[in-house]
Design a protein around this ligand. Structure first.
Ligand SMILES: *Cc1c(COP(=O)(O)O)cnc(C)c1O
Length: 354
């Protein structure tokens, strides 16, 4: 039998998907666990979750529920493209760096056209450059743009930036997809409505992340241009993303959206990231690699310092964005966070003494 070591169950700040399930999502699962209902999404929970999304986004969008973000992004992009099309993305985007080629796989070959970026954001200029670089038959035809809100680098596109991007998309006849694995964090950060950040800013398809927001599993794919959703249910089924007991994928959304937990959870995570930034500011030997705008903070520090922090039992990743990444979630405990900050300070001081 595998022993479960309680020390290993302590909070870590390596990723926002280390956290468990928030009470609102958990309760909705429990509430859904009564009686028999029709399978494959033809049930009252799925209808209610879809309606909750339409109400939240103030529009009659098409709503689908899938298991994870890789599938949500890949299938959404595949529905925007033919196999000979290209999808413009940023070099630090999850679709490019963390989906094992799934966008290309599910689209039967639509190529990601990657724009270099210093901060993980895609700019209208780089969209224009990639959309106009080659117009001959030998190059994939640019057809869609994907952006991540909030970004993999913990940044948030302003509404002005989003509109500039969607305007550029319109000029070149490109559809706009948003990877919203942390959409809620961006909403909390900008204090704007989901509608403003999505369809009112020109987004055609949004993948709204539930997992990092406090659910066990699940992302919602929202089509604001309903014509783009054609046969999306078949895509989901073929890709193994159609849950037969769909109510357990959709009910947690009812809990999250109807209670407002989606936004509270994100705001808490963002506040923790800001608190962390204020705690580490000014510690000699440490530097924030960029502004903290959502629920992520990136630290630049020497290898020696990072090794000492790890030796004290703290986990974190350095392969994302080139610096040490710290992520905060719906359940981040401020006392645990302060303990981490104290360890960081002590490790920094030790490093300077050597
Ligand atoms: C976590 C994440 C996803 C989803 O990843 P899965 O592991 O496939 O659920 C998608 N995009 C971004 C930016 C993410 O951080």
């Amino acid at each position: 039998m595998t022993e479960i070591n309680p020390r290993e169950l302590q909070q870590q700040f390596a990723s926002d998907n280390y956290a468990g399930i928030c009470p609102e999502a958990w309760k909705a699962m429990e509430d859904a666990n009564h009686g028999h209902v029709t399978s494959y999404g033809d049930d009252p929970w799925t209808a209610r979750a879809s309606d909750a999304f339409r109400e939240l986004f103030e529009t009659e969008c098409e709503v689908y529920f899938v298991f994870n973000g890789t599938a949500a992004n890949s299938l959404a992009l595949a529905s925007l493209c033919q196999s000979y099309h290209g999808v413009i993305c940023c070099d630090q985007s999850h679709v490019e760096t963390d989906e094992c080629g799934a966008p290309e796989f599910f689209s039967n070959g639509s190529k990601l056209l990657v724009a270099p970026s210093a901060d993980g954001k895609l700019s209208p200029e780089s969209i224009r450059e990639l959309a106009t670089k080659r117009l001959d038959i030998h190059y994939p035809k640019p057809r869609a743009v994907t952006i991540t809100q909030s970004t993999e680098t913990g940044r948030v596109y302003s509404l002005e930036e989003l509109r500039a991007i969607s305007n550029e998309c319109k000029v070149h006849g490109l559809s706009l997809h948003m990877d919203g694995a942390r959409f809620a964090n961006a909403c909390a950060s900008l204090d704007c409505s989901p509608a403003e950040m999505a369809w009112k800013s020109g987004v055609d398809v949004l993948c709204f992340g539930g997992t990092k927001n406090g659910m066990a599993v699940g992302e919602a794919v929202l089509f604001f241009d309903r014509s783009m959703a054609m046969d999306f249910d078949y895509r989901c089924k073929q890709a193994g993303q159609l849950a037969s007991k769909m109510r357990f994928l959709s009910a947690p959304w009812v809990g999250m959206l109807e209670s407002g937990a989606w936004l509270r959870n994100a705001a808490h995570a963002n506040n923790c990231a800001r608190h962390f930034a204020s705690q580490v500011a000014g510690i000699p030997g440490l530097r924030l690699a960029g502004p903290v705008e959502a629920n992520a903070a990136f630290l630049e520090a020497s290898e020696d310092l990072l090794r000492r922090v790890r030796e004290r039992g703290w986990k974190f990743y350095t392969f994302i964005g080139g610096a040490a990444r710290f992520m905060f979630s719906w359940d981040t405990d401020l006392a645990r966070l302060d303990a981490f900050c104290r360890d960081l300070k002590e490790c920094a001081a030790e490093t300077l003494k050597v």
